[in-house]
Write a protein that binds this ligand. Structure first.
Ligand code: TMP
Length: 213
């Protein structure tokens, strides 16, 4: 049986990760590998309920530590129920956001202690880290324009708690992601996400090299 392989996609709001993750999953499937496409928050039934609490605009007053712990509750369930079993079965797991999102948003964005995030992450994931992380990088103004349009078009306005944050928050998140990527250059591939969907997917496929592909 092939060994499992764990790929995560990261980036600011509106960077196109969800579309790109879907296209990448189609590509990997065509190459004959079994694929599990999933996301955080919300990759399990329990996680979907946590996602509603986290992203609802009505959750405006949420304390940043309560927010942090809800992301980790979602992740612990997701790793145990979906990611670890799929990797053990030899699948390629493609996950739309994972650990680095917590470091970028709650660490760099909200200003919570990075050491605390690392420790809680270790507990939630039992040390599981992605084999490859694709960071789709985009200027904040461009990303937010896309994200706010998408939420209006798809009636996802109720998931808008993070889009309602000021541009400075998203700038901290973007710089946070670039910092994390710089510190872990073996795992990360930074991809310019400002082109067309096809251009960005071509760049991604160029970077994805793992056993069986
Ligand atoms: P999504 O819009 O990419 O599905 O992600 C949901 C939101 O949750 C997005 O605004 C980023 C945020 N988020 C965090 O703040 N911390 C995390 O650990 C994760 C996974 C997501």
């Amino acid at each position: 049986m092939s060994k499992g392989f764990f790929i995560t996609l990261e980036g600011i709001e509106g960077c196109g990760k969800t579309t790109q993750a879907r296209l990448l999953a189609d590509y990997v499937k065509k190459m004959g590998r079994s694929v599990v496409l999933t996301r955080e928050p919300g990759g399990t039934i329990i996680g979907k309920r946590i996602r509603e609490i986290l992203l609802d605009s009505e959750s405006k007053g949420m304390d940043s530590r309560a927010e942090l712990l809800l992301y980790f509750a979602d992740r612990a369930q997701h790793v145990a129920e979906v990611i670890e079993p799929a990797l053990a079965d030899g699948a390629v797991v493609i996950c739309d956001r994972f650990t680095d999102a917590t470091t970028a948003y709650q660490g760099f964005g909200r200003g919570l202690e990075l050491e605390l995030i690392t420790e809680l992450n270790e507990a939630a994931t039992r040390g599981l880290m992605p084999d490859l992380t694709l960071l789709l990088d985009l200027p904040v103004t461009e990303g937010l324009k896309r994200a706010r349009k998408r939420n209006g078009d798809n009636d996802q306005g109720h998931e808008g708690r993070f889009e309602e944050e000021p541009d400075e928050f998203h700038e901290k998140v973007r710089q946070g992601y670039l910092t994390i990527a710089c510190c872990d250059a073996d795992r990360f591939k930074v991809i310019d996400a400002s082109g067309t969907v096809e251009d960005v997917q071509a760049k991604i496929r160029d970077k994805v090299r793992f056993p069986g592909i």
